[in-house]
Write a protein that binds this ligand. Structure first.
Ligand SMILES: [Zn+2]
Ligand SMILES: [Zn+2]
Length: 351
């Protein structure tokens, strides 16, 4: 086995350590709650059963969303974002960066790509050899480009992005609720053990520790959950919160924001019955996103409009439709998207 391969295997195994740690803590909390608290400590049968039912509901939802976050493979750009064979050969032969950019620009004209690098260039991943769709970033840990990448999370040993962002937010929410349920039901026994109203048994250690661990986890998870709920409301990823996406006319941190309810719907979907379950209901295909202000060059605008033909101005547009299928109505250089919201199409002077 080559040393580099062995090193990579070692690294991959080590990446699972935080997941193992979380699972050991959760496994122990399950034992401490069910056996030490409910079986050995709670004397009342009705109280025991109601605690067990509530605990298992939150335990189930928490582990379900946690494992969905871990097991959902990050989605990468589709083949449409790879350079066609002829352009790829040209790109590889070309040594001048400007000429390479021209090739990328030509290909990107037919793609719903509105964001650029800080220098205004088309975003291209040399490792994956794809034009990066909007909000897509290359993850060096996963060694791939990840659609709507939020961050690489060591606690789930996976990239959090378009395919699992909803599961991740639900995982944080259910983890907080799981801790709340534990703290709220354990506290009276915690006080009784602390004030010596209950005899010293082996359950005492587990229950005191269970309360402290749940409270500690709750505080740390709550701050992360609040941050991600704020991001959902603003339609920003963690990466975009640190570095605003750059459009043809410059950076715009609110570039993808469509208003609070539509921002929430983009992650959780538009059918309320799926919101609380870790099943996929996010809108869109992860490759293209509605933008608050669409700054596109005239060539791109023409191509988009040609693809769409004449579009009706009435009716709610479906944001699950890729951006190049958005219903646009052009009116004297203004473009109407999103049921009445006017956004300007900036005409660039570049060829
Ligand atoms: Zn990549
Ligand atoms: Zn990753």
């Amino acid at each position: 086995m080559a040393p580099s391969h062995a090193l990579r295997c070692c690294k991959r195994a080590l990446n699972w350590v935080p997941v193992l740690f979380i699972n050991l803590v959760v496994g122990w909390s399950y034992y401490a709650y069910v056996v030490e608290l409910c079986v050995y400590t709670i004397p009342n049968n009705a109280e025991r059963i109601s605690y067990l039912v509530i605990f298992h509901i939150f335990f189930f939802m928490f582990t379900w969303s946690y494992w969905k976050t871990i097991c959902s493979r990050p989605s990468g750009p589709s083949k449409a974002f790879c350079l066609p064979r002829a352009e790829k050969e040209l790109y590889e032969r070309e040594e001048r960066a400007e000429a390479q950019q021209e090739i990328l620009k030509k290909v990107a004209r037919n793609l719903p790509v509105y964001t650029r690098t800080a220098g205004g260039a088309i975003r291209y991943c040399h490792s994956c050899q794809v034009i990066k769709p909007d909000r897509c970033h290359h993850c060096s840990t996963c060694e791939m480009c990840v659609l709507k990448m939020d961050h690489h999370c060591p606690w789930v040993n996976n990239c959090v992005g378009f395919s699992n962002y909803k599961y991740f937010v639900l995982f944080l929410a259910y983890a907080s609720l799981y801790c709340v349920v534990i703290c709220a039901t354990v506290i009276q026994y915690f006080i009784k053990f602390w004030t010596k109203q209950l005899p010293d048994t082996h359950a005492k250690f587990h229950i005191l520790f269970l309360f402290f661990v749940a409270a500690l986890f709750f505080i740390s998870i709550l701050s992360l959950l609040s941050y991600h709920l704020w991001l959902v409301g603003k339609n920003r990823t963690t990466i975009e919160a640190f570095r605003a996406p750059v459009f043809a006319n410059g950076p715009d941190k609110n570039g993808f924001s469509l208003g609070f309810s539509r921002n929430v719907a983009e992650v959780f979907g538009d059918r309320a019955k799926y919101w609380i379950f870790p099943v996929f209901s996010s809108l869109g295909d992860g490759h293209s996103f509605l933008t608050r202000l669409v700054h596109i060059d005239p060539e791109q605008a023409k191509s988009v409009l040609q693809q769409n033909g004449k579009s009706p101005a009435d009716g709610e547009p479906n944001s699950s439709v890729p951006a190049n299928n958005i219903q646009h109505t052009v009116d004297n250089g203004k473009e109407k998207i999103d049921g009445g919201q006017m956004v300007s199409v900036t005409v660039n002077s570049e060829p």
